[in-house]
Design a protein around this ligand. Structure first.
Ligand SMILES: *Cc1c(COP(=O)(O)O)cnc(C)c1O
Length: 372
């Protein structure tokens, strides 16, 4: 990785807002008081100025390039976060038949399904559960051919469940929440109608949501759809209908450039495979001292939740305190599942993961006796 040295001395394993490339942060700092030749800060630029138009155009063309987004897809930068899109998706797509399929594999897709119920009929493709540890085989899925769309979450950030394939849904438009794994693997856009991602996991600061939407699913919003969530209006006005999150769009453009300079999404995928393997191997080779509740073929490359010593909360607390003392931040599992969670987003280096695994080895040696 060509990144400037880690100037902070800590490693942020947080699940979002998450670590960003040091080089991007440094460049943003250098430019902050005067953007290009403007003599004003980027946060002071008019969203109608030609300088901002260039920032927007650059961010769009850069992400179109690295993700190979076809011409018939619009690239929108909206507000509202992932949660805003839980409403925006039904408001823009549900009108056709009034019913939608939701593949619920964790807490984020569960929340999306609940939000969609406000606007129409939701068909749960999988049996209801609260214990998310795997992705049931597609042969068991209850898909409805009359659905306006099929929705799934490509990577469940809390439960650490990631699809390593694209669901096969025939001609029904497919919608994916990729908030926590976009830019970590190539995307075959011939299979999708809408892909969205809140920025703060892998592409920039909180406050902007990337929405990539196929042209033919536009022009049919529900009449109650708020203008700021209306994909058709936002596509027509190029995300500049009202004031867009200008600073965030500037930063995500820089992150897209950084991805391009570091091997593109193909490079990020290789890195993600390497990093997650180092961590899962450590877990697997600890004789059950560390354990991942997730079925092997559904394990996320981005978010790795694990437990210690048979869910020993005291031991987990000691682990987190020791990690903190070594400068490893935000490793606490989500409050709904407990335990530990290491998030390995693009800006996390192999060295960062090795530092974590070295500490895990040390901690294992120190405490394993108590386990036998
Ligand atoms: C974080 C996250 C969300 C929610 O994002 P907000 O911007 O906080 O609304 C939705 N989906 C996934 C997969 C996430 O990781």
């Amino acid at each position: 990785m060509t990144d400037v040295a880690n100037f902070s001395g800590v490693i942020n394993f947080g699940a979002g807002p998450a670590k960003l490339p040091q080089k991007v942060l440094k460049d943003v700092q250098d430019e902050f008081l005067s953007y290009a030749n403007t003599k004003i800060s980027v946060v002071e630029l008019s969203h109608r100025s030609s300088d901002f138009a260039k920032i927007l155009e650059h961010a769009q063309s850069s992400v179109r390039d690295i993700l190979k987004i076809p011409k018939n897809f619009h690239i929108l930068f909206l507000q509202g976060g992932g949660t805003g899109m839980f409403a925006a998706v039904p408001l823009n797509l549900l009108k056709k038949t009034g019913t939608a399929d939701y593949i619920v594999t964790g807490s984020w897709s569960a929340k999306a399904a609940k939000e969609a119920e406000k606007y129409g009929k939701v068909n749960l493709v999988l049996p209801k559960t609260s214990k998310y540890t795997d992705i049931p085989d597609p042969s068991t899925w209850n898909l409805n051919s009359e659905a306006s769309y099929v929705y799934y979450c490509a990577n469940e950030t809390v439960h650490g469940i990631e699809f390593d394939y694209i669901p096969e849904v025939g001609n029904v438009p497919l919608v994916a929440d990729m908030s926590s794994n976009i830019l970590t693997r190539p995307i075959d856009f011939t299979k999708f109608a809408v892909v969205f991602a809140g920025a703060q996991k892998n592409i920039g600061p909180a406050g902007v949501t990337l929405v990539i939407v196929r042209d033919d699913v536009l022009r049919n919003p529900m009449p109650i759809c708020p203008t700021v969530l209306d994909f058709t209006v936002m596509a027509k006005d190029n995300s500049n209908h009202n004031t867009p999150p200008t600073f965030q769009i500037y930063v995500v453009g820089r992150v897209f450039d950084w991805v391009k300079e570091n091997g593109g999404v193909e490079g990020m995928e290789k890195l993600a495979i390497t990093k997650s393997k180092i961590l899962y191997d450590m877990i697997e080779n600890s004789n059950g001292f560390y354990y991942s509740p997730v079925t092997c073929n559904a394990r996320s490359r981005m978010n790795v939740p694990f437990r210690i010593g048979g869910d020993d909360e005291e031991l987990e607390k000691a682990f987190l305190n020791g990690a903190l003392a070594r400068g490893m931040l935000q490793l606490k599992g989500h409050r709904s599942v407990g335990g530990i969670r290491a998030s390995l987003f693009n800006a996390i280096t192999i060295e960062d993961v090795k530092a974590l695994v070295t500490y895990m080895e040390y901690f294992y040696r120190l405490h394993r006796k108590q386990e036998s």
